[in-house]
Design a protein around this ligand. Structure first.
Ligand code: SAM
Length: 268
């Protein structure tokens, strides 16, 4: 897209993490500023495109798994720009009655998602910042679209690493978990920048300081595990995304590189 195509309310000159991610995935919903920032990140993290693809594959596998467990309602927080095989497509292919609420704070995500989903009455798009977690949960569209007496899956995929403060990230997860009743699920995937030199870290931080997000904060497997405390972790637990119930056996995990871990847990 060129800057002239920017929908109203969208700033095409400030790189957006949603549009950078779209660029990593080979999408077309990004502007020159996004491509430039994404290319700088690719220089620092050469495998970032692979990590983005692995994250989408994890999304597809986890939604498929949850559908098999009878989950028919999904709250996808930090939904991202529509791409191929979004949550509602995977869920509704398997169970047409599945309902999805997409939440994001990026105006371009909301514009594209609403345009794509205008015809799908079982999908709702809500503009909210997950840092205002209780307000998000109290949003009338969330409350009217989801039946909280039935199982819901809360998806936090590739988004918690945009919250630098550990306590704030935990509070967001705890508040979102509060809507889950028995049979509900929490799904988290979380990025890590791997082992970088101090110069590379500084350069990466500079790129992110100009974007819509405050930066990317790596968290250890133990920290990601803590988001699931008290829930029944589904096998194989919190692992590199390629190792979460892969459909092939080609799961190469290289130490020191950027990557992401994730897991799924059930409320009993
Ligand atoms: C890397 S994309 C991940 C998209 C999708 N969940 C996936 O896994 O493919 C992160 C998304 O989170 C959104 N995001 C970042 N910070 C957010 C916040 N504080 N509240 C809501 N959405 C946020 C961004 O706008 C972006 O669309």
């Amino acid at each position: 897209m060129t800057e002239f195509d920017a929908p109203s309310g969208v700033d095409p000159f400030t790189p957006s993490v949603a549009r950078m991610y779209d660029y990593y995935l080979g999408g077309k919903d990004n502007f020159a500023a996004d491509r430039e920032a994404a290319e700088k990140i690719i220089e620092i993290l050469p495998n970032v495109r692979d990590v983005a693809r692995e994250n989408r594959d994890f999304l597809i596998r986890t939604v498929t798994y949850l559908s098999g467990q009878g989950v028919r309602q999904f709250l996808d927080v930090g939904a991202g720009l529509p791409t191929q095989r979004n949550v509602h497509q995977v869920a509704q292919e398997l169970a047409p009655e599945a309902r999805v609420v997409y939440v994001d704070n990026d105006p371009i995500v909301l514009t594209h998602a609403r345009a794509l989903l205008a015809q799908n009455e079982r999908v709702m798009v809500v503009g909210a910042d997950m840092r205002g977690t209780q307000a998000l949960l109290d949003h009338p569209d969330v409350r009217s679209h989801l039946d909280l007496s039935q199982p819901v899956a809360v998806l936090l995929l590739g988004v918690l690493h945009f919250i630098p403060d550990d306590d704030e990230a935990m509070k967001i997860v705890t508040t979102l978990r509060s809507i889950l009743g028995p049979g509900g699920y929490l799904v988290v995937s979380h990025g890590s920048i791997g082992e970088l030199s101090e110069d590379e870290k500084r350069e990466g931080a500079q790129v992110f300081s100009r974007t819509s997000a405050p930066g990317v904060t790596s968290r250890s497997v133990e920290q990601v595990l803590a988001f699931f405390d008290g829930l029944d972790l589904v096998h194989p637990g919190v692992v590199p995304l390629q190792r979460w119930r892969p459909e092939t056996h080609l799961s190469i995990v290289r130490s020191g590189e950027a990557g992401a871990v994730g897991g799924v847990a059930r409320v009993s």
